[in-house]
Design a protein around this ligand. Structure first.
Ligand code: HEM
Length: 540
């Protein structure tokens, strides 16, 4: 095996090449930015080592404005952006002119294969067009009973645990299992049995995907930076390096997910034979694509198998994507801190039930009519974007307009930022979501009512002008799925339980990692958790 020369080539050749190329390339010299702490690591290591999400970025954006320059590994200039007009331009107005950052694409490919998350350009466009009908408003509405069913199962389990009175539950021990069951059933008619604690190999593999990940070491960061800038042939050669423990886990996951997907597709095709139409759910649209010979309407078997792995990862376990249970966890946390918000949502539910004379399960239309429930969900999405940044790269030279002008390094006020082809741009979701210019002086505070006030602003994303689902061609395809599931679960839980903080109080912080996780300040060693005091409402 030729591993040593390969390592040596990547370890020494690529960095030297990069430093040479970058010293010649047009850069962002005209922009201000924080001084770099290291030529090799730039700000990348410092950013990934922040104690709490946003520690550095919030200060930088405050000081330099909504667009500035920071350094990535090997002295690379990156554009940090939180300006609404710039984000709208990059994500929503320019089609595929900005591509998913290469390292994210490569990681997506290694974990899930060539599914929607890793696909680029025309391949992405084709896959997205084929999958979109499975995530339309109409199609997602059909999933409501599944979400209500899993919420009711969770409520029953909590009630069993509350027979002796109110009790503190770590909701993170429950919500991910509930969300995984709902995802399996709604997307692939697959029973993970997670809430019932049944052993399931696929659930175990997805849960353990990142236990060997050491993303925070400087060596790994430099390796990723070298790979993302390396020519295609070197990236291909790197496949012949001995796999890391992490890559072995990813391969095991992919193999099992592909086998499961194949079995699901075969089953659906057998069932559909004889019936006039294939359904428009994910299974249905993928089966149709597998059978099609039209180049615009087909998926290759590997693409089709990769969709199942992609959807489970995207909707549940998280790397570069983010998941519904995280959003529910933060909503439950904020509601336990704000009993008045619980009261307001319950009033809305009661009013709706009276108007529609419905004591049973609510409909998606019922949930959508509840404005304060919607405002609470939007406020949680705004304050807790589990994915705090979205890195992209310019495919062509471009000029990015700014809504809020910034001062250049020579002291001039600039209204746009010219960028060269291949420029890396880091869209800061959490900073945009808390910009005072957009959200007001209390942007860092929890105040759902802000979403009930009318305001004109640059429109971003699909829901409430928050950027947590991203925007444009690559915006989260599952956002309606996520919102409906959260609506159903929160209403079910609030009707059954009163939520409050544990007696000793809680100082939860948003711990930084690849994704943002809740931990108790000064008790980081205990890992992620969200203890909530839960009381049965029937007990009153
Ligand atoms: C509240 C929950 C969720 C949040 C906050 C969220 C957020 C995101 C974000 C930020 C992206 C990346 C956008 C970009 O790269 O520009 C994304 C992509 C994606 N999400 Fe979600 N997501 C959620 C739930 C879901 C669910 C439930 C599913 C599937 C059932 C899903 C499927 C996907 C897929 C397949 C992609 C890749 C889309 C593409 O590249 O075309 N997500 N999501």
């Amino acid at each position: 095996m030729i591993t040593f020369p390969l390592y040596a080539l990547i370890a020494a050749g690529v960095p030297l090449l990069l430093l040479l190329v970058r010293s010649r390339r047009r850069s962002l010299k005209f922009l201000q930015g924080p001084p770099s702490p290291s030529t090799l690591l730039g700000h990348e290591y410092a950013l990934l080592s922040e104690a709490e999400d946003g520690d550095l970025e919030f200060g930088w954006f405050e000081r330099y404005g909504t667009a500035f320059k920071a350094k990535a590994c090997f002295n690379e200039d990156v554009l940090m952006v939180a300006d609404p007009l710039a984000l709208q331009h990059i994500f929503q107005k320019t089609g595929y002119r900005y591509r998913k950052a290469r390292e994210v694409e490569l990681q997506g490919l290694q974990i899930n294969g060539p599914g929607l998350f890793a696909a680029q350009g025309e391949t992405h466009q084709r896959q997205r067009k084929l999958l979109n009908p499975a995530f339309s408003a109409l199609q997602i509405q059909n999933l409501c009973p599944i979400f209500q069913n899993s919420a009711n199962t969770l409520a029953r389990k909590w009630k069993d645990g509350l027979k002796l009175g109110p009790k503190v539950f770590d909701v993170l021990e429950w919500l991910p299992n509930m969300a995984l069951d709902a995802l399996g059933e709604s997307i692939f008619e697959y029973d993970f049995g997670a809430l019932e604690d049944r052993h399931n190999e696929l659930a175990t593999l997805v849960g353990e995907l990142f236990v060997d990940s050491h993303f925070l070491t400087p060596g790994v960061l430099l390796y990723i930076a070298a790979i993302r800038a390396a020519p295609e042939f070197l990236v291909k050669l790197s496949q012949y390096l001995p796999p890391t423990k992490e890559q072995v886990r990813w391969k095991n996951w992919r193999t099992k997910a592909y086998a499961t997907a194949e079995a699901m597709y075969e089953k659906r095709m057998r069932e559909a034979r004889g019936s006039a139409e294939m359904e428009n759910d994910v299974l249905g649209v993928v089966c149709r694509a597998l059978e099609s010979s039209n180049p615009e309407k087909m998926m290759h078997p590997e693409e089709a198998f990769a969709q199942l792995a992609t959807m489970i990862m995207a909707g549940h376990e998280t790397t570069a994507l983010t998941s519904v249970e995280d959003l529910m966890t933060w909503i439950i946390h904020e509601l336990s801190r704000h009993p008045e918000d619980q009261h307001r949502i319950l009033e809305e539910v009661k009013r709706r039930r009276e108007e529609t004379r419905n004591e049973g399960e609510l409909t998606p239309q019922d949930y959508n009519s509840m404005c304060y429930l919607g405002a609470v969900i939007k406020e949680a999405l705004r304050l807790y974007p589990i994915l705090s940044t979205i890195p992209v790269e310019a495919e062509v030279d471009d000029v990015i307009p700014l809504e809020y002008p910034v001062v250049s390094s020579s002291g001039h006020v600039i209204h746009e930022v010219p960028v060269a082809k291949n420029q890396r741009v880091i869209a800061s979701v959490d900073v945009y979501n808390r910009l005072k210019e957009v959200w007001g002086e209390d942007a860092h505070e929890w105040r759902p009512a802000r979403f009930l006030e009318t305001k004109t602003q640059t429109t971003l994303g699909a829901y409430g002008n928050v950027f947590t689902f991203g925007g444009g061609a690559r915006m989260c395809i599952g956002w309606r799925f996520g919102i409906l599931e959260v609506q159903a679960v929160i209403v079910t839980l609030l009707e059954a339980f009163e939520l409050s903080l544990p007696k000793e109080g809680l100082d939860i912080m948003r711990a930084k990692g690849i994704i943002m996780r809740p931990v108790i300040r000064d008790r980081l060693h205990e890992g992620q958790q969200m203890p909530i005091l839960i009381k049965n409402r029937d007990a009153d």
